[in-house]
Design a protein around this ligand. Structure first.
Ligand code: 5RP
Length: 231
Protein backbone atom coordinates (compact mmCIF):
# COMPACT_ATOMS: atom_id res chain seq x y z
CA UNK A 1 0.00 0.00 0.00
CA UNK A 2 1.32 3.48 -0.91
CA UNK A 3 2.31 5.60 2.12
CA UNK A 4 0.81 9.07 1.58
CA UNK A 5 1.50 10.38 5.11
CA UNK A 6 3.25 13.75 5.63
CA UNK A 7 6.34 11.87 6.85
CA UNK A 8 6.53 9.44 3.94
CA UNK A 9 9.80 10.88 2.56
CA UNK A 10 11.46 10.84 5.98
CA UNK A 11 10.36 7.26 6.55
CA UNK A 12 11.82 6.30 3.18
CA UNK A 13 15.15 7.98 3.96
CA UNK A 14 15.58 6.29 7.35
CA UNK A 15 14.36 2.93 6.07
CA UNK A 16 16.58 2.87 3.01
CA UNK A 17 19.72 4.07 4.84
CA UNK A 18 19.46 1.22 7.34
CA UNK A 19 19.36 -1.31 4.50
CA UNK A 20 23.09 -0.59 4.00
CA UNK A 21 23.77 -2.33 7.33
CA UNK A 22 22.94 -5.71 5.83
CA UNK A 23 25.89 -7.68 4.42
CA UNK A 24 26.02 -11.01 2.62
CA UNK A 25 25.99 -13.98 4.99
CA UNK A 26 23.85 -12.24 7.60
CA UNK A 27 20.55 -13.39 9.10
CA UNK A 28 18.36 -10.34 9.67
CA UNK A 29 15.09 -9.71 11.52
CA UNK A 30 12.63 -7.84 9.30
CA UNK A 31 10.25 -5.56 11.19
CA UNK A 32 6.68 -4.46 10.53
CA UNK A 33 5.19 -1.13 9.46
CA UNK A 34 5.46 1.54 6.79
CA UNK A 35 9.01 2.75 7.69
CA UNK A 36 10.82 -0.57 7.75
CA UNK A 37 8.87 -1.51 4.60
CA UNK A 38 11.33 0.82 2.83
CA UNK A 39 14.22 -1.18 4.29
CA UNK A 40 12.72 -4.44 3.06
CA UNK A 41 12.07 -3.05 -0.44
CA UNK A 42 15.63 -1.66 -0.64
CA UNK A 43 17.05 -5.00 0.50
CA UNK A 44 15.06 -6.68 -2.28
CA UNK A 45 16.67 -4.28 -4.78
CA UNK A 46 20.13 -5.06 -3.40
CA UNK A 47 19.43 -8.80 -3.76
CA UNK A 48 18.52 -8.32 -7.42
CA UNK A 49 21.07 -5.64 -8.36
CA UNK A 50 24.13 -6.48 -6.23
CA UNK A 51 23.62 -10.18 -5.47
CA UNK A 52 23.23 -9.47 -1.73
CA UNK A 53 22.91 -12.90 -0.16
CA UNK A 54 21.23 -12.99 3.24
CA UNK A 55 18.30 -14.54 5.09
CA UNK A 56 15.41 -12.59 6.63
CA UNK A 57 13.26 -13.51 9.60
CA UNK A 58 9.89 -11.71 9.32
CA UNK A 59 8.07 -10.34 12.37
CA UNK A 60 4.54 -10.52 10.90
CA UNK A 61 2.47 -11.71 7.97
CA UNK A 62 2.89 -8.19 6.52
CA UNK A 63 6.69 -8.38 6.68
CA UNK A 64 6.68 -11.94 5.32
CA UNK A 65 4.50 -11.03 2.32
CA UNK A 66 6.59 -7.98 1.50
CA UNK A 67 9.87 -9.88 1.85
CA UNK A 68 8.64 -12.65 -0.46
CA UNK A 69 7.40 -10.09 -3.00
CA UNK A 70 10.83 -8.37 -2.79
CA UNK A 71 12.71 -11.61 -3.50
CA UNK A 72 14.26 -12.00 -0.03
CA UNK A 73 15.06 -15.52 1.19
CA UNK A 74 13.38 -16.27 4.50
CA UNK A 75 14.24 -18.48 7.43
CA UNK A 76 12.90 -19.09 10.93
CA UNK A 77 14.19 -18.67 14.47
CA UNK A 78 14.14 -22.47 14.74
CA UNK A 79 16.65 -22.71 11.90
CA UNK A 80 18.63 -19.60 12.85
CA UNK A 81 18.17 -18.89 16.59
CA UNK A 82 20.72 -16.08 16.63
CA UNK A 83 20.35 -13.17 14.23
CA UNK A 84 23.11 -10.75 13.25
CA UNK A 85 20.80 -7.78 13.11
CA UNK A 86 17.13 -6.79 13.45
CA UNK A 87 15.68 -3.66 11.84
CA UNK A 88 12.24 -2.35 12.76
CA UNK A 89 10.07 0.75 13.08
CA UNK A 90 8.70 2.39 16.25
CA UNK A 91 5.75 4.40 17.51
CA UNK A 92 7.89 6.45 19.93
CA UNK A 93 11.52 6.53 21.01
CA UNK A 94 12.68 8.57 24.01
CA UNK A 95 15.95 10.32 24.74
CA UNK A 96 17.25 7.24 26.63
CA UNK A 97 16.34 5.00 23.65
CA UNK A 98 13.39 3.34 25.35
CA UNK A 99 10.84 2.48 22.67
CA UNK A 100 7.12 1.91 22.32
CA UNK A 101 6.12 -0.44 19.51
CA UNK A 102 3.00 -2.32 18.49
CA UNK A 103 1.10 0.20 16.39
CA UNK A 104 0.78 -2.63 13.88
CA UNK A 105 -0.05 -5.16 16.64
CA UNK A 106 3.13 -7.07 15.84
CA UNK A 107 5.17 -6.21 18.95
CA UNK A 108 5.27 -9.73 20.42
CA UNK A 109 7.05 -11.22 17.44
CA UNK A 110 9.04 -8.00 17.03
CA UNK A 111 10.33 -8.34 20.59
CA UNK A 112 11.21 -12.02 20.17
CA UNK A 113 13.03 -11.30 16.92
CA UNK A 114 14.87 -8.20 18.18
CA UNK A 115 15.93 -9.98 21.39
CA UNK A 116 17.33 -12.79 19.21
CA UNK A 117 19.58 -10.32 17.38
CA UNK A 118 23.11 -9.19 18.25
CA UNK A 119 22.20 -5.65 17.14
CA UNK A 120 18.76 -3.97 17.11
CA UNK A 121 18.23 -0.91 14.91
CA UNK A 122 15.10 1.25 14.70
CA UNK A 123 14.20 3.37 11.70
CA UNK A 124 11.92 6.36 12.33
CA UNK A 125 11.04 9.86 11.25
CA UNK A 126 11.60 12.79 13.60
CA UNK A 127 7.98 12.89 14.80
CA UNK A 128 8.60 9.65 16.73
CA UNK A 129 11.52 11.01 18.80
CA UNK A 130 10.39 12.45 22.15
CA UNK A 131 11.89 13.49 25.48
CA UNK A 132 9.56 11.14 27.44
CA UNK A 133 7.33 8.32 26.17
CA UNK A 134 3.58 8.97 26.24
CA UNK A 135 2.19 6.76 23.45
CA UNK A 136 -0.49 4.32 24.72
CA UNK A 137 1.32 1.04 25.41
CA UNK A 138 0.02 -1.81 23.21
CA UNK A 139 -0.50 -4.88 25.39
CA UNK A 140 -1.15 -8.21 23.63
CA UNK A 141 -3.61 -10.21 25.70
CA UNK A 142 -5.02 -13.73 25.62
CA UNK A 143 -8.74 -13.23 24.80
CA UNK A 144 -9.66 -15.55 27.71
CA UNK A 145 -7.88 -13.20 30.15
CA UNK A 146 -9.12 -9.88 28.74
CA UNK A 147 -11.23 -8.80 31.73
CA UNK A 148 -8.58 -9.67 34.32
CA UNK A 149 -5.84 -7.90 32.36
CA UNK A 150 -8.06 -4.84 31.88
CA UNK A 151 -8.63 -4.57 35.66
CA UNK A 152 -4.94 -5.01 36.45
CA UNK A 153 -3.90 -2.37 33.89
CA UNK A 154 -6.37 0.06 35.48
CA UNK A 155 -4.88 -0.80 38.92
CA UNK A 156 -1.49 0.25 37.50
CA UNK A 157 -2.91 3.66 36.60
CA UNK A 158 -3.54 2.91 32.91
CA UNK A 159 -6.57 3.46 30.72
CA UNK A 160 -6.80 0.34 28.53
CA UNK A 161 -8.81 0.42 25.30
CA UNK A 162 -9.44 -2.76 23.34
CA UNK A 163 -8.12 -2.14 19.82
CA UNK A 164 -10.96 -2.48 17.31
CA UNK A 165 -10.77 -3.54 13.66
CA UNK A 166 -11.23 -0.98 10.89
CA UNK A 167 -12.83 -3.17 8.22
CA UNK A 168 -13.90 -5.82 10.72
CA UNK A 169 -16.46 -5.63 13.51
CA UNK A 170 -15.04 -6.33 16.96
CA UNK A 171 -11.45 -6.51 18.21
CA UNK A 172 -8.26 -6.63 16.18
CA UNK A 173 -6.86 -10.17 16.29
CA UNK A 174 -3.06 -10.35 16.21
CA UNK A 175 -1.00 -12.74 14.07
CA UNK A 176 -0.90 -14.88 17.24
CA UNK A 177 -4.70 -14.97 17.68
CA UNK A 178 -4.86 -12.50 20.59
CA UNK A 179 -6.35 -9.09 21.48
CA UNK A 180 -4.48 -5.79 21.90
CA UNK A 181 -5.23 -3.28 24.66
CA UNK A 182 -3.78 0.16 23.94
CA UNK A 183 -3.14 1.43 27.44
CA UNK A 184 -2.70 5.13 28.09
CA UNK A 185 -0.39 5.78 31.07
CA UNK A 186 0.12 9.47 30.27
CA UNK A 187 3.79 10.49 30.42
CA UNK A 188 5.84 7.41 31.34
CA UNK A 189 8.60 8.49 33.72
CA UNK A 190 10.00 5.00 34.34
CA UNK A 191 9.50 2.78 31.26
CA UNK A 192 11.52 -0.11 32.71
CA UNK A 193 9.58 -0.04 35.97
CA UNK A 194 6.24 0.05 34.16
CA UNK A 195 7.30 -2.81 31.88
CA UNK A 196 8.22 -4.89 34.95
CA UNK A 197 4.72 -4.34 36.37
CA UNK A 198 2.81 -5.22 33.16
CA UNK A 199 4.75 -8.38 32.25
CA UNK A 200 3.63 -10.58 35.20
CA UNK A 201 -0.12 -9.94 34.78
CA UNK A 202 -1.65 -13.36 34.02
CA UNK A 203 -2.84 -13.41 30.42
CA UNK A 204 -0.48 -10.71 29.18
CA UNK A 205 1.40 -12.15 26.22
CA UNK A 206 3.70 -9.15 25.64
CA UNK A 207 3.73 -5.38 25.99
CA UNK A 208 5.14 -2.82 23.58
CA UNK A 209 7.86 -1.27 25.78
CA UNK A 210 11.31 -2.18 24.41
CA UNK A 211 14.59 -1.55 26.26
CA UNK A 212 16.94 -3.33 23.85
CA UNK A 213 17.50 -0.71 21.15
CA UNK A 214 21.14 -0.30 20.08
CA UNK A 215 20.86 2.31 17.32
CA UNK A 216 18.26 4.73 16.02
CA UNK A 217 18.22 5.82 12.37
CA UNK A 218 16.30 9.07 12.73
CA UNK A 219 15.25 10.98 9.61
CA UNK A 220 15.44 14.73 10.28
CA UNK A 221 14.96 17.55 7.75
CA UNK A 222 18.77 17.81 7.55
CA UNK A 223 19.30 14.09 6.84
CA UNK A 224 19.38 10.77 8.66
CA UNK A 225 21.04 11.00 12.08
CA UNK A 226 22.37 7.84 13.75
CA UNK A 227 21.91 7.87 17.53
CA UNK A 228 23.72 5.07 19.38
CA UNK A 229 23.07 3.73 22.87
CA UNK A 230 25.66 5.11 25.25
CA UNK A 231 27.90 2.76 27.21
C1 5RP B 1 4.28 -2.63 14.42
C2 5RP B 1 5.19 -1.56 14.89
C3 5RP B 1 5.64 -0.56 13.88
O1 5RP B 1 7.00 -0.72 13.68
C4 5RP B 1 5.32 0.82 14.38
O2 5RP B 1 3.92 0.92 14.58
C5 5RP B 1 5.76 1.90 13.39
O3 5RP B 1 5.05 1.82 12.21
P1 5RP B 1 5.25 2.87 11.03
O4 5RP B 1 6.66 2.71 10.55
O5 5RP B 1 4.21 2.46 9.99
O6 5RP B 1 4.97 4.25 11.57
O7 5RP B 1 5.59 -1.49 16.03
O8 5RP B 1 3.81 -3.40 15.48
Amino acid sequence: MKDVSANANAKKAAGEDAADLVKSGMVVGLGTGSTVAWTIKRLGERVKEDGLDFYGVPTSFQAEDLAIASGIRLTTLNQHPQLDLAIDGADQVDANLFVIKGGGAAHTREKVVSCSAKRFVIVADESKFVEKLSWPVPVEVLPFAAKLVERRLIDLGGRPALRLGKMKDGPVITDNGNFVMDTDFGVIVDPKGLAAKISPIPGVVEHGIFDNLDELYLARASGVEIIKRRG
